[in-house]
Design a protein around this ligand. Structure first.
Ligand code: GTP
Ligand code: MG
Length: 201
């Protein structure tokens, strides 16, 4: 991945707006303020492309980004920034995202972000995991903002959240947690590798 290969495509709340895109797609989901938009900007290697904010509830639509690679200059991978849940009510968050998760065949993997310092899955995370299990969407946990935690605590937390997630979504959850930090850029390479592997590019 390199900066010149990433571009902002469009925002969407309806399938008509994104259904013409048929590349392998990867979506970043999780509670508000967990660091989705920040991490996407690191993965795309483009600070200016993705809007982040200290205020929770910043991202309110599905935001689509395209990636090309040197071997596939035309065929991009699609990366989607999701609005966070847990800030607005489930009804506000719900409808177009449920529609997206249940119908999006191009979706190769959801990255479910959990803040390391929070240290556990919240009710909203568990509800989300029930959805991906129901819709059969492969989902990988990312532990975020790990710069705020000690290494030993990180190991404990990642094992704990993985166990909890696999209890709820044994089929959907990929049995490997990636520890990452936007601040130190730890884990960014691992996310890129996971994307490339799962996209078959
Ligand atoms: P919503 O769009 O509201 O759902 O939030 P989001 O999940 O997209 O979070 P965003 O990336 O906007 O980041 C929220 C806040 O967390 C910002 O103030 C970021 O600077 C901060 N943040 C993000 N990643 C990290 C990290 O790795 N370490 C630290 N220390 N702070 C981070
Ligand atoms: Mg955001």
């Amino acid at each position: 991945f390199s900066q010149r290969d990433a571009k902002f495509l469009f925002t969407a709340t309806k399938p008509e707006q994104y259904k013409r895109l048929s590349n392998p797609e990867f979506t970043f989901a999780g509670r508000s303020n967990v660091g989705k938009s920040s991490l996407i900007s690191a993965v795309l290697r483009s600070q200016s492309l993705v809007k982040t904010s200290k205020k929770p509830g910043h991202t309110s639509t599905l935001n689509f980004f395209g990636l090309t690679s040197s071997t596939y200059p035309e065929s991009a991978i699609t990366v989607v920034d999701m609005p966070g849940y847990g800030f607005r009510s489930r009804d506000d968050w719900g409808q177009f995202i449920m529609e997206y998760l249940s119908t999006r065949k191009e979706l190769k993997r959801v990255f479910l972000l959990v803040e390391a310092k929070v240290g556990e899955l919240k009710t909203t995370d568990l509800s989300f995991l029930e959805l991906v299990e129901q819709y059969n969407v492969p989902t990988q946990l990312l532990l975020t903002k790990t710069d705020k935690l000690k290494r030993t605590d990180l190991n404990i937390v990642s094992a704990k959240v993985l166990r909890a997630a696999m209890d709820v979504a044994p089929t959907a959850v990929v049995p490997e947690v990636i520890c990452c930090s936007y601040k130190t850029k730890v884990g960014v390479d691992a996310i890129q590798e996971a994307i490339l592997r799962a996209s078959g590019v």
